[in-house]
Design a protein around this ligand. Structure first.
Ligand SMILES: Cc1cc2nc3c(=O)[nH]c(=O)nc-3n(C[C@H](O)[C@H](O)[C@H](O)COP(=O)(O)O)c2cc1C
Length: 186
């Protein structure tokens, strides 16, 4: 791993590696704040790194979270890597990558036809209509839907809690401190 990456990247990568090919190694929880100040949390799939401290997520721009994040872009991600017995908490700001960006198309093309199909479904969170179309696949040639949203998190602070030793190891890094590592009580 490059020396230019923040130090927590190698630890996160090592913990992810321990999970093997389990799909759950890419599942993380995104916590945000709704317009009324109350918390929201949901699972998303990690879609890759877009910089040393930036990661990509995909969602539906018609979903509640899209409106919530437009208003309040400060979030925390919680990423549990069970085999490594590690919890990473990543804080930062989320922004939407512009529709014109080729990066959106890149993500669209990388999805499986089944993964893509979700963006062919009716508006999330609306009452279910039995006669609505829920395609099982969408092929690569399907134009990128307007509501295919690429979210990019710029990570500003990371905390690791590692239960694998006694006492547990809790580490913190902040971009404002040039990612200097600080050990905290667990
Ligand atoms: C394992 C798993 C992975 C998921 N991955 C995503 C994802 O990558 N993007 C997404 O928008 N929703 C994903 N979801 C659905 C969200 O958890 C959530 O139900 C949906 O996005 C609506 O959230 P909202 O009402 O807060 O906008 C996933 C759900 C599960 C259980």
């Amino acid at each position: 791993m490059s020396k230019d990456l923040p130090p927590w990247r190698a630890l996160l990568s090592g913990a992810r590696h321990r999970e093997g090919r389990a799909p759950s190694a890419r599942w993380l929880q995104l916590a945000s704040v709704a317009a009324d100040g109350t918390p929201r949390v949901r699972t998303l799939v990690f879609r890759g790194w877009s910089g040393p401290a930036a990661l990509d997520l995909l969602t539906d721009a018609r979903s509640a979270k899209a409106a919530e994040l437009a208003e309040q872009p400060a979030v925390e991600l919680c990423w549990l890597l069970a085999k490594a017995r590690c919890q990473f908490r990543l804080r930062g700001l989320v922004q939407t990558v512009e529709a014109e960006s080729g990066q959106r198309l890149h993500h669209w093309q990388r999805l499986t036809p089944q993964g893509r199909s979700l963006w062919g479904w009716p508006r999330p969170g609306e009452p279910f209509q039995a006669d609505a179309a829920f395609p099982e696949t969408l092929d690569e040639e399907t134009p990128v839907p307007e509501h295919f949203q690429l979210l990019r998190l710029s990570v500003e602070r990371v905390e690791l809690l590692d239960l694998g030793s006694h006492p547990h190891r809790r580490l913190r890094w902040c971009v404002a401190d040039h990612w200097d590592e600080v050990r905290l009580n667990p």
